[in-house]
Ligand binder design. Structure first.
Ligand SMILES: *[C@@H]1O[C@H](CO)[C@@H](O)[C@H](O)[C@H]1NC(C)=O
Ligand SMILES: *[C@@H]1O[C@H](CO)[C@@H](O)[C@H](O)[C@H]1NC(C)=O
Ligand SMILES: *[C@@H]1O[C@H](CO)[C@@H](O)[C@H](O)[C@H]1NC(C)=O
Ligand SMILES: *[C@@H]1O[C@H](CO)[C@@H](O)[C@H](O)[C@H]1NC(C)=O
Ligand SMILES: *[C@@H]1O[C@H](CO)[C@@H](O)[C@H](O)[C@H]1NC(C)=O
Length: 464
């Protein structure tokens, strides 16, 4: 008898410290809450590690929240009479199914081309980026750079498209949060459309593109490939959560990179506990991954016309500020551009997805340390976060058969934004820049042969 009690004790003890158990112990649920109930969810997050996956204002004073919670939190919610609906009940089966689906699914790469019928793993993303420069032409220089290395020493690749005579640049970053797989796929799709099948989109050749498909390689690698880490959001810096001091399982350690970018050194919305999903690190730019993006934004800030950070899930197109509930001064310009994207997405999507345009601070509550604020602060006028659409109970992980459609609609949104911005007579940045840039950019049309049909099609889409 004593033996069984000991065994039970060991199992219970094990389940506290073992990441697998911590994850499999959770369920995904959804609740519509008012301000008071929202605070209880927040408290559960701080005390019992409730993982908030997404939320948005459903109606005045009502938020629709999707979260992942352990039984203790669900009990507490019931105690407070908060009604929730379970989306994923058996997490172990859910995750086994996801991993199996990827393993048994169609190939993600065929003859060197991404199929968008399956998720590319991290090594495949790197290989895809690194094999793209052979598509260079005399007028279009395609190159790759390793802009930094992750905590676990994985490379952070960036694809550059430099068009002859063009300085204006668009930076698209994805995969800052490991579990947001569709953002990585969208960035890869962007590379496919801009470079490998590039002739269809000549207007986009007025701009240079820097595409960083996977800013958080350790997070993406673990989320996609290592059982027990599927919902890993942060980087893999475990140095901040020594087990003796914190009780969190290894899979919930790490720094939220989108709380690690400096802005005004305000700490609002940044958690101090390394077990929580929004832990911001010891100080701004403490993490190699955020440093890597910082170096690019800082170095090229005078040329960057637009910065887009791809996340999931929404669907939202979001603009600064994030650290306070005020819109940036020129928010009307940002909204005008974003409306083009919304229309373009709606007209090509298989499901008429309607992206909402929102200010980050007002929609989600003030949050500091976000990259969109940092980019805006550097003087990059058009700085956005796109929260890509959600996929039913698959939350961050759309079904394989939806990958291509989701990537396609996201691409049309980004393309519409880029085309709108390339035509703006505005000066670069908020204060600096020279009007002559615009004239010279136009001359870059000399070496692209516009595909009139495509342009008419896209304009038709934009005017809808
Ligand atoms: C990829 O697809 C293109 C056509 O889209 C084809 O020409 C090429 O051979 C394929 N393979 C590689 C390795 O690029
Ligand atoms: C990180 O990886 C690079 C490239 O593979 C290698 O040269 C370097 O020695 C590695 N650094 C560490 C600390 O392992
Ligand atoms: C860790 O958990 C134990 C038991 O659940 C608790 O007594 C202790 O205070 C916790 N330690 C920290 C640092 O949270
Ligand atoms: C398409 O949209 C409808 C209504 O918004 C939604 O119920 C459905 O789940 C969507 N389908 C997919 C595959 O996203
Ligand atoms: C691009 O930038 C360089 C260096 O700042 C400058 O000399 C050049 O005139 C610029 N070209 C265009 C087309 O703006």
């Amino acid at each position: 008898m004593n033996f069984y009690i000991l065994l039970l004790f060991l199992i219970l003890k094990q389940s506290k410290s073992n990441g697998y158990h911590a994850l499999y112990d959770t369920k995904i649920a959804e609740a519509a809450v008012d301000k008071h109930d929202w605070q209880i969810l927040w408290q559960e997050r701080d005390e019992n590690g409730l993982d908030i996956l997404s939320f948005h204002k459903e109606a005045p004073g009502i938020w629709l929240v999707t979260f992942r919670a352990r039984p203790i939190s669900l009990r507490n919610l019931r105690r407070y009479d908060i009604k929730y609906r379970i989306i994923v009940n058996n997490m172990r089966r859910h995750i086994e199914f996801l991993l199996e689906e990827i393993k048994e699914g169609p190939p993600s790469i065929e003859m060197g081309n991404a199929t968008f019928l399956n998720y590319l793993n991290f090594d495949e993303v790197v290989e895809y980026v690194e094999s793209t420069p052979r598509f260079s032409t005399p007028y279009k220089l395609i190159s790759t750079e390793v802009i930094g290395r992750s905590v676990q020493n994985r490379s952070i690749p960036m694809l550059r498209i430099d068009n002859a005579g063009v300085n204006d640049t668009i930076v698209v970053e994805a995969g800052m949060h490991g579990r947001e797989w569709i953002s990585v796929m969208t960035a890869v799709y962007l590379i496919a459309k801009l470079v490998r099948e590039g002739d269809d989109f000549p207007e986009l050749g007025r701009l240079n593109w820097f595409i960083i498909p996977c800013l958080n390689p350790d997070g993406y690698y673990h989320s996609l490939q290592i059982e027990g880490y599927t919902f890993h959001r942060k980087n893999l810096n475990v140095e901040y959560c020594p087990p003796k001091q914190y009780n969190c399982s290894i899979e919930s350690c790490g720094v939220d990179l989108n709380r690690n970018f400096a802005f005004h050194d305000i700490k609002v919305g940044i958690h101090g506990n390394p077990c929580v999903g929004t832990y911001g690190g010891r100080r701004s730019f403490s993490e190699p991954e955020s440093q890597a993006l910082q170096s690019i934004l800082k170095l090229y800030k005078d040329r960057i016309k637009m910065f887009i950070s791809l996340h999931s899930y929404g669907p939202f197109i979001l603009y600064p500020w994030s650290y306070k509930k005020e819109k940036c001064n020129d928010w009307k310009d940002l909204v005008r551009a974003a409306r083009k994207a919304v229309k373009a997405i709606q007209s090509v999507t298989f499901n008429a997805t309607h992206y909402k345009i929102k200010n980050i601070g007002t929609e989600f509550g003030p949050t500091a340390g976000c990259v969109e604020d940092y980019a805006k602060h550097l003087g990059i006028k058009y700085s956005y976060r796109m929260e890509l659409q959600r996929a039913g109970n698959r939350v961050f992980m759309p079904k394989l058969e939806n990958i291509k459609n989701f990537c396609k609609e996201n691409f049309y949104g980004i393309a519409a934004l880029a085309m709108h911005i390339s035509k703006q007579p505005e000066k670069l940045g908020m204060m600096k820049g020279k009007a002559k840039d615009v004239k010279e950019v136009k001359s870059s049309q000399d070496f692209v042969k516009p595909n009139i049909l495509y342009i008419m099609f896209l304009y038709g889409a934009l005017l809808n």
